[in-house]
Design a protein around this ligand. Sequence first.
Ligand code: 5GP
Ligand code: ZN
Length: 113
Amino acid sequence: MSDCIFCKIAAGEIPADVAYEDEKIFCFHDLDPQAPVHVLMIPKKHIASTDDIREEDQELLGYMMGKIKDVAAGLGLENGYRVVINCGEDGMQTVKHLHLHILGKRKLTWPPG
Ligand code: 5GP
Ligand code: ZN
């Protein structure tokens, strides 16, 4: 998607503070962190939201799930963390490229806002 900001970040066209990268995913620190550690994990493939996940994406999504613990460990989140995916208007999704928020290094409250 040529006009997608996260596709541009994954392609290195827009700079980001990279936390982890491989051939399938890109992880970078959020511009407006909501916790001392706030990293976004995105698939390099453009998928707009959880509503747009297709059957053919299952392997990629499973790969992302499996990578969370490695990225979290690399960020020093040994005491736990939270993973959030916002979707659509009520979910307050602002960037239409699927992303996992990985938040940690503080005690996070529940329920979320
Ligand atoms: P959403 O609200 O869609 O779940 O989350 C989008 C996140 O992307 C927000 O936390 C926002 O701060 C972050 N964000 C938006 N634009 C940029 C950007 O250009 N660079 C970085 N690093 N984060 C961004
Ligand atoms: Zn995109």
